[in-house]
Design a binder for this molecule. Structure first.
Ligand SMILES: C[S@@+](CC[C@H](N)C(=O)[O-])C[C@H]1O[C@@H](n2cnc3c(N)ncnc32)[C@H](O)[C@@H]1O
Length: 341
């Protein structure tokens, strides 16, 4: 890696369920909200007053060209992410970490595609002991924010320190993970390619490091109340994600296979966003990005989609729309080398 330092009715708005059969994954679908605040996404104001965010692909938040993510978008989603994360995966992770040889430096955690550091703010206070977090991202502005907002203490009050590495995760190697206790990522897998996920799994396996890879879109959104266009928009959105080399809703399955093929024990747990009248701003931005990407994929939908978006935004503003955006969290534990489990 090159670095420098519910109401009665629910509609399932997805056609394809990528998921991880037999591994307990939540149902799969792509979700992709926009990050229309900054970072290059394009917002097209429509005649109806609804704005379709024509952004990039994946990550719940399609980043625009250049894969820049607006810090405002990452802030908007952080509390929903925190609630969604699969806490059930923490106990097996803690057991594995407790069985690691004790180091004076404490745990060394590499957070890949850290953005502003949301994963560390959630996980560090849930792990005991001193922690050194190494935050990886390609975006120096996000890395600066991640340092400013870094967690200070673990669950038991032990110190947490943070350093950053700017670089391309796709080029991560086992050498980059030397001495690591844990690799984490959040809302990252679906913006990677198959080759990048294979390389990541290989690096973790070669370094013998567990991985907690959270909030990967899996390919399904449930909107309540239902609307006749939900399915059409969802299918167009999925097609948009798959129109690039990025894996989108297929990422979780590819990652499970990649880690399992390298001898890891893989657990997957659902981690859906549950959006309601407490998340109006987040839901609005997600809707704009979701519908915008669908129209980018199928321009002939635009006129009807604008009316759809206008209706959905009105329901959202009135606190009458609920959305479940399905994700999965993945925990990969490499084959123990020293009698640990
Ligand atoms: C959807 S955001 C998630 C950010 C953060 N993990 C969170 O949960 O808020 C994806 C992040 O991955 C970074 N990223 C995407 N592809 C990358 C790559 N190939 N190398 C390094 N960083 C990458 C982006 O810059 C962005 O910060």
């Amino acid at each position: 890696m090159t670095t420098s330092a519910s109401t009665a009715t629910t509609t399932t708005a997805s056609a394809d369920a990528a998921g991880s059969p037999g591994m307990g994954a939540g149902a799969p679908l792509p979700v992709g909200g926009a990050a229309p605040v900054a970072g290059g996404s394009v917002t097209a104001a429509s005649a109806s007053g609804a704005a379709l965010s024509m952004a990039g692909r994946g990550g719940d938040t399609p980043a625009a060209e250049g894969h820049q993510y607006a810090p405002q978008w990452l802030e908007l989603r952080e509390s929903a992410d925190a609630v969604a994360r699969a806490a059930d995966l923490l106990d097996p992770l803690r057991i594995r970490l407790a069985n690691l040889p004790r180091r004076a430096t404490g745990l060394v955690v590499h957070d890949l595609g850290c953005g502003t550091g949301s994963m560390g703010r959630w996980l560090a206070p849930r792990l005991d002991g001193a922690q050194q977090w190494v935050l990886h991202d390609q975006d120096p502005a996000l890395l600066r924010l991640a340092i400013e907002r870094a967690p200070r203490a673990g669950a038991d009050g032990s110190p947490v320190t943070v350093t950053t590495r700017r670089g391309d995760i796709g080029r991560l190697t086992a050498e980059d993970l030397a001495g690591a206790s844990l690799v984490t990522a959040s809302a990252l897998l679906d913006v990677l390619t198959r080759e990048e996920i294979e390389a990541l799994a290989g690096a973790c396996a070669d370094a013998g490091v567990p991985a907690l890879l959270t909030l990967s879109v899996v390919g399904r959104a449930d909107l309540v109340p239902a609307h006749p266009m939900d399915q059409e928009i969802a299918e167009a959105f999925n097609a948009h994600q798959r129109a690039s080399e990025l894996l989108g809703p297929d990422a979780i399955t590819v990652a499970c296979e990649a880690f399992a093929q390298r001898g890891a024990t893989v657990r997957v747990h659902p981690s859906p966003w549950q959006l309601d009248d407490r998340h109006i701003a987040l839901t609005e931005e997600w809707l704009r990005g979701w519908v915008g990407a669908a129209c980018e994929q199928r321009p002939e939908l635009t006129e009807r989609a604008e009316a759809y978006l206008r209706d959905r935004l009105a329901a959202c503003a009135a606190g009458e729309l609920r959305v479940t955006l399905h994700h999965s969290d993945l925990l990969a534990l490499p084959r123990p080398t020293g009698g640990t489990s």
